[in-house]
Design a protein around this ligand. Structure first.
Ligand SMILES: [Zn+2]
Length: 303
């Protein structure tokens, strides 16, 4: 038990240290809250440490070729191509019904670019974050640079968005309840929030002990289950419409982890190399998603 530990979901003091360690900072711990069951990093990084980390984009780049931060967008686009395609497919139907969308933590802006290409800019998608340069110069959309934890929401953004998306963002936030609470004024009356985070209960964590350890990294403050993700939304005052999971990675990726116990970095393992094999992958991913054990844990909620 650590005396100084405070659960970032329920505020409980004191947690149970697990055997897990962030793969890139072994001196930090992964701790379970005995009160609400939330699993989180401890101690938390300071705001300064986080800014330094994100400016250098270390985690993403450590899994790609070593290219200097902020350079070579085409390499990054290629690296993210399958990720972008899968997410555009997942949310395409939903986005087409929207007028204004805000994608938080938009990174390089590849998803905005893909949606713009598909829709012919029929809806407006805005982003924020380090993708600012790229979005404004290449994608041609609006990109904000707002820290919603500390900054006031500009008047022109109040009540504007039918959909606020936060894909793989919430797990990085030190105060997730407060953060979600502060996003509420962005939504229209019937607007919804869409959250996607890594799933602690992922099937791959069960079948590969090595992946289970790889899953923890110090940029990720929270390790959500469907139960704790629901809790954070409820505490922030949202009404949950649904929580579900989707598997993003291919059967090849899962077999590779089981066989070698290591990540495979030569190419993305989300689709199989020949479209004629894809039916196996689709069936596998669908089954895992329906078990509630897909890598992506997704929640949709309204205010
Ligand atoms: Zn707790």
């Amino acid at each position: 038990m650590s005396k100084k530990f405070k659960c970032i979901l329920c505020g409980h003091l004191g947690g149970n240290i697990t055997s897990h360690k962030p793969r890139d900072r072994k001196e930090l711990s992964i701790v379970d809250c005995p009160e609400c069951g939330h699993r989180q990093l401890f101690p938390l990084l300071s705001a300064e440490e986080l800014i330094e980390e994100y400016n250098e984009d270390r985690t993403v780049r450590s899994t790609t070729v070593q290219i200097a931060p902020g350079s070579d967008f085409e390499s990054m686009r290629k690296k993210f191509a399958e990720w972008t395609q899968i997410h555009a497919d997942m949310y395409w139907d939903k986005l087409q019904k929207c007028k204004n969308v805000l994608n938080l933590g938009s990174g390089y802006g590849f998803l905005e670019e893909e949606f713009n290409n598909r829709s012919g800019k029929k809806f407006n998608i805005e982003g924020d974050d380090i993708g600012q340069f790229r979005i404004e110069h290449f994608v041609g959309g609006i990109c904000h640079n707002i820290n919603f934890m500390t900054d006031n929401i500009p008047d022109e953004m109040l009540g504007k968005y039918d959909l606020v998306m936060a894909l793989h963002l919430l797990e990085h936030i030190n105060s997730p309840v407060e953060y979600l609470r502060r996003l509420k004024p962005l939504l229209t009356e019937n607007g919804s929030i869409l959250i996607e985070v890594p799933n602690l209960e992922a099937f791959l964590c069960e079948i590969s002990p090595e992946y289970k350890e790889f899953f923890y990294l110090y940029e990720h403050v929270s390790y959500f289950t469907s139960k704790t993700l629901a809790k954070v939304l409820e505490k922030a005052g949202y009404n949950i419409k649904k929580i579900y999971t989707k598997e993003l990675y291919s059967i090849e990726n899962h077999i590779n982890w089981v066989r070698t116990g290591r990540p495979f970095i030569q190419y993305n393992q989300m689709f199989l190399p020949d479209g004629r094999l894809e039916f196996i992958n689709e069936e596998y991913k669908k089954t895992i998603g329906e078990m509630g054990k897909g890598y992506a844990l997704i929640a949709e909620a309204v205010i």
